[in-house]
Design a protein around this ligand. Structure first.
Ligand code: PLP
Length: 263
């Protein structure tokens, strides 16, 4: 009997996007494209399409806990990524589970979708700050999420560095501040455990079909970590992957289409 070697295993703890562009669906596609075995703990189900999020329903905390235990206790994981966590109760549940995570944890601190739909209750932001960030190996906020988490408004690269330092003090080992919403080049800043900085720069693509960008980047980083890359290398490779996925993003429905995971 042949026994084939299993690929590295990566777990996403996130919400479902019925339109297939973001959330769990984007995570699993990115993982497939990058050669790892993707697994999921679903936290919430969204009714969603290219026009926005029409509604969402959280899963009970017990269901989230049970999915996590099923996967981690038997199959095992080499990296974990979190996305939409919706409520205080689910942020607390997931933070508790991840406190003794067996693998690096990439936290995408999802707050609001590109269309402005809230994916995290406003009152849960403090719980993300106080419970989830301390168990993160890496946190990957965009500039809106930086403002939500730190109260800072970032308008330039020196502001990105100050914000990264403020986030670092909340407990994550690494911080990646994504500057994609600033004018000009798309620059991201990685701040490491010893205060080291790495800037990642990519040309900006004039493409409005960018749904799922944040989910895809965090999953791609988790996939590269699971393959054994160190953090700066994992971020560099994940950023190159997402830059291509954005360049190939395509129209679906009448609104904002998804990035292309298989470009
Ligand atoms: N839906 C879900 C379930 C998500 O997790 C996210 C982002 O993390 C989004 C939608 C938003 O995606 P975008 O802002 O790229 O449109």
């Amino acid at each position: 009997m042949t026994t084939n070697t299993a690929p590295p295993r990566v777990l996403t703890v996130a919400g479902s996007d019925s339109g297939g562009g973001a959330g769990i669906q984007a995570d699993l596609k990115a993982m497939l494209a990058l050669g790892v075995h993707g697994m999921s703990v679903i936290t919430a189900v969204t009714a969603q399409n290219s026009l926005g999020v029409q509604g969402y329903w959280e899963l009970p905390a017990d269901a989230v806990r049970a999915q996590y235990r099923s996967v981690v206790d038997d199959i095992g994981v080499q990296a974990i990524k979190t996305g939409m966590l919706a409520s205080i109760e689910l942020v607390e549940t997931v933070s508790g589970l991840l406190a003794d995570a067996p693998a690096p944890v990439v936290v995408d601190p999802v707050g609001v979708s590109k269309h402005g739909d809230a994916l995290l209750a406003a009152e849960a932001v403090a719980t993300v700050r106080e419970r989830l960030l301390p168990v993160a190996t890496l946190v990957t906020p965009n500039l809106h999420e930086v403002t939500q988490l730190t109260g800072r408004t970032v308008t330039d690269e020196s502001g990105m560095l100050d914000a990264a330092k403020a986030l670092h003090e909340l407990g994550p080992r690494w911080v990646l501040v994504k500057g994609g919403h600033l004018e000009g080049e798309a620059a991201d800043l990685l701040l490491g455990p010893a205060g080291e900085t790495h800037w990642y720069r990519a040309p900006r693509h004039d493409n409005r079909h960018t749904h799922g960008t944040g989910c895809t980047l965090a999953s791609a980083i988790a996939a590269q970590l699971a393959k054994g890359q160190d953090m700066p290398e994992a971020v560099s490779n994940a950023k190159a992957y997402v830059t291509g996925a954005i360049a190939h993003g395509f129209a679906l429905g009448s609104g904002i289409g998804p990035v292309d995971h298989f470009w």
